[in-house]
Design a protein around this ligand. Structure first.
Ligand SMILES: N[C@@H](CCC(=O)N[C@@H](CS)C(=O)NCC(=O)O)C(=O)O
Length: 208
């Protein structure tokens, strides 16, 4: 096996993003399921791979992994300087603006109810308003090109899968109710076969 992905089984967080990237690029991998509750990410063996003891981790066995990443049909990162800069800028926006806002909404509408913690109406309203403000800017960005980092589907779009799909499942349809361009973009993303498969099955890995 060329590549081994150590991650939880569900699609949320970074593990899902790595699995989705590999699926979109049709790169086979083996999945090593890590159980955080059992602290499997804090063993000496795991800490040797990731000194902070966090998932996901990918380990490659052969240098041909790099050739595979380059040769597959879907690039996910453009090679042109201007196009590449736009994708890197978009990826930074996802990390700095979208991710903190979406995590606050997920905390109020998903994590607290799931763990039996009391929900907080004021915090929920603030979280929704902050995400809505971010998505208003997304509406402007997405009125200029089809995808978040340009006219092609790239890694900058893919990063949005880590938590945002939880919103509709929790009865918060904000990704499709803010503006027509955000809705068009999000509906396009969640229709991708690789995503539909990951959401239905969780991380599975693929046979080589
Ligand atoms: N920047 C980190 C983020 C990874 C991360 O936050 N992983 C979380 C799960 S999504 C984790 O492993 N949490 C358990 C812990 O920190 O003990 C990385 O890319 O390695």
């Amino acid at each position: 096996m060329v590549l081994k992905l150590y991650a939880r089984t569900g699609w949320g967080g970074g593990g899902g993003i790595v699995a989705l990237t590999l699926a979109e690029k049709q790169i086979p991998f083996e999945h090593a399921a890590i159980n955080l509750a059992q602290k499997e990410h804090k063993t000496p063996e795991f800490l040797a791979m990731h000194p902070f003891g966090q998932v996901p981790v990918i380990v490659r066995a052969f240098p041909q992994f790099h050739r595979n990443m380059r040769s597959k049909a879907l690039p996910l990162l453009p090679t042109g300087l201007k196009e590449r800069a736009l994708v890197e800028q978009a990826a930074s926006v996802e990390f700095a603006n979208f991710l903190p806002a979406v995590l606050n909404v997920v905390t109020e509408f998903v994590r607290k109810p799931l763990s039996g913690m009391p929900t907080d109406d004021a915090a929920s309203a603030t979280a929704l308003a902050e995400l809505s403000t971010v998505l208003d800017v997304y509406e402007t960005i997405l009125s200029k090109h089809r995808y978040f980092g340009g006219d092609e589907f790239t890694i900058a779009d893919l990063f949005h899968f880590s938590y945002a799909p939880m919103l509709a499942d929790a009865g918060v349809p904000i990704m499709t109710s803010t503006g027509p361009n955000v809705a068009r973009w999000w509906n396009d993303l969640i229709s991708r076969p690789a995503w539909i498969k990951l959401k239905e099955e969780g991380i599975k890995g693929t046979a080589i």
